[in-house]
Design a protein around this ligand. Structure first.
Ligand code: KG4
Ligand code: ZN
Length: 355
């Protein structure tokens, strides 16, 4: 099955063509980051307007890239898939409506995809060898600017939420810290870079500041089925950084780098600890980690170590598929992982669609 996928849940307008789950024929991503940078975060109105402007061109480009020289590339597409949630309402609406229009006009099936499920699928893209490996039951971790969740995947295309952030997402924690330290947007890549600079810099012997690791009290009210030891809170971490900076303002780049490394370490340790708890039962064969934050070098190192200790394979996505992209949407849909739906043309977007 060859699927055209569309993604517009946040601040990337993306389209891709994927065959049989993992064979990416094209993947086009337009990032709006420069538009949002002056505001230090995503501005929903700017995001949806930009999606509207770009979506037709991005879809056309994805088709042209997938089938160069082909007179009727649409004839090669079996279905249209798009993200229907979770995400920003006005952003989701653009991609999902475009997909509806295409499906209706072309008379092709329309496949709704859950953005979080797709992040977990992203580890399969451009890795056909993973088709035949025994990967299930699989533990999934989706870490992005909007989400941090631990997911139980007993078999392909089955997802059960086990733990999540009760406030800020991991990427949001990076972004807010960078804003506070005047490092710009998005924060994750800068903090990652600064932390690396600390490791090789003059303050590398100075012990890191110990920041809270976001423990969620065992009696904290949680939605049914969630395990408190797999949940995390990042809002206290940001407050701890603010308090620290007010009391001891960092002097010069080396001290900022030291602070970045300390802050990053708290996020990495928080996630590694939850991963440790999730893998503890010995039930999983692989551990799939997707989302923008999975680009973080330290996080990959720490999760790799946890996975190795439990004899589980850590699967990460190729860097081009870690952030929001449409290849993961088309890929999952072409592997039969779209959401079951009798009448997708009547289906509305759901900004808080659960795992
Ligand atoms: O998956 P993504 O592109 O979009 C969402 O679905 O949110 O993730 C974006 C997030 C941002 O918060 C960004 O700061 C974070 O991923 N990020 C990183 C790194 N690269 C991007 N966080 C930590 N380390 C990185 N290297
Ligand atoms: Zn995402």
């Amino acid at each position: 099955m060859t699927v055209l996928g569309i993604e517009s849940s946040c601040d990337e307008t993306a389209a891709a063509v994927v065959r049989e789950g993992d064979e990416v024929l094209s993947s086009v991503i337009y990032s709006q980051v420069p538009l949002h940078r002056p505001y230090g975060g995503v501005v929903p109105e700017i995001a949806s307007r930009s999606h509207i402007e770009k979506i037709r061109g991005i879809v056309a480009q994805a088709l042209a890239d997938a089938f160069p020289g082909e007179p009727d590339p649409w004839a090669r597409i079996d279905a249209i898939a798009a993200t229907c949630g979770p995400g920003l309402a006005a952003s989701l609406l653009v991609g999902w409506t475009a997909a509806k229009g295409l499906a209706l006009a072309l008379g092709k099936p329309l496949l709704p995809v859950n953005h979080m499920h797709a992040h977990l699928w992203s580890v399969r893209l451009d890795h056909p060898e993973r088709r035949t490996e025994a990967l299930y039951p699989q533990l999934g971790l989706a870490v992005s600017g909007g989400h941090t969740c631990f997911v139980d995947c007993p078999e392909p295309n089955r997802f059960r939420l086990m733990g999540q952030t009760i406030d800020d997402a991991a990427g949001e924690a990076f972004d807010k810290a960078a804003k506070l330290l005047g490092l710009g947007y998005p924060g994750g890549p800068v903090i990652d870079r600064m932390a690396k600079a600390w490791r090789n810099g003059p303050l590398r012997e100075k012990p890191l500041v110990v920041f809270p690791q976001g423990k969620v009290a065992p009696d904290h009210p949680l939605p049914e089925g969630l395990r408190p030891e797999l949940c995390v809170s990042f809002s206290g971490l940001k407050t701890a950084l603010l308090t620290h900076v007010r009391k001891t303002p960092p002097q010069g780049e080396d001290e900022v780098a030291h602070l970045c490394a300390s802050y990053q370490e708290a996020i990495v340790a928080a996630l590694a600890k939850r991963a440790e708890a999730a893998l503890g039962g010995g039930r999983y064969r692989s551990f799939a980690v997707g989302g923008g934050v999975s680009l973080n070098g330290r996080l990959r190192e720490a999760l790799d170590r946890v996975a190795e200790r439990h004899g589980v394979r850590l699967l990460t996505a190729e860097p081009r598929y870690c952030g929001d992209n449409a290849a993961m949407i088309a890929g999952l849909a072409s592997a039969g992982g779209a959401l079951p739906c009798d009448d997708p043309l009547a289906l509305d977007i759901d900004p808080s669609l659960p795992v």
